[in-house]
Design a protein around this ligand. Sequence first.
Ligand code: ATP
Length: 303
Amino acid sequence: MTQEITAKAHAKVNLHLGVGHVREDGYHELVTVFQSLSLYDVVRITPADVMGAGCVEKLQADAPGVPEDASNLAWKAAEAVAQRSGEQLSRVAIELRKGIPVAGGMAGGSADAAATLLAMNATLQRPLSEAVLLEIAAELGSDIPFTLLGETRVGTGRGEALTPLMSRGQYHWALAFSKQGLSTPEVFAKLDTMEREAHLSYEAVAQALMRADAQTLAEALHNDLQAAALSLRPDLRKVLNMGERAGALRGIVSGSGPTCAFLCADAESAQEVAAELGVYYRTATATGPAPGAELMEGSAWSI
Ligand code: ATP
């Protein structure tokens, strides 16, 4: 019998990202609306044949810029599940197939960690509850709880305290990726040097989501980090303008960037925007909301 667990790790976009004051622990107080997207990485877990310390034998990724050692969030997630379970687990190998851009502001690493939590949990004799997985997720990183649950949710605190948000309709996105990533801490540091006002109300986004109206949502999209990302990467202005000229309702920098996310009226328009930007950049289309981390068919682990 084959032993293999595969899980999808979905990307996110922030429909609203309000950045408040810096807390004593160094994190910024956030008010954000996350939406999970159909774009995903695949995390595959198989038994490892080499004995040794720790539950992960090795990690391989198919994209440059992804650490293949214990600093990878997926690796940390696997070790955390093993430790919390208290079970004597056989060692595993982790394989990441990246569909989400690396350091792209779409929570790729966090999504991989969330999918690994779920995948490793499926190898346990006594699986951990969702509440415990969420606790581990929050300890590992601010965006990981959301990428575990997906859909549309408000995140407060560091973004890890989640409440569901009523969202009607499907939204169509065109995404333009950048060859070079942006470091999230650098973008926050840049923001701290800028004169600005924090936008902590997501009321306009909540109302647009209730109405299932892409045009209203487009007008309500807001990202406090955008000015800082554009200041570090002025070339992104051109990308945003180009996408809007190509027919997108609105373009925003996704999270800390540099991915630019374009909300479009329908699937056809998203295809057109992606095709036009595709002449210059790597692009994709996606829909949201999407689920959180999910096990894929054919996953099986028996001992
Ligand atoms: P966020 O939107 O959560 O701030 P991001 O999408 O901008 O994150 P990631 O793709 O998560 O960025 O990667 C940020 C950095 O984290 C990478 O440059 C890499 O060094 C490290 N990293 C750790 N684990 C992973 C992973 N599984 N996939 C990609 N990068 C990872």
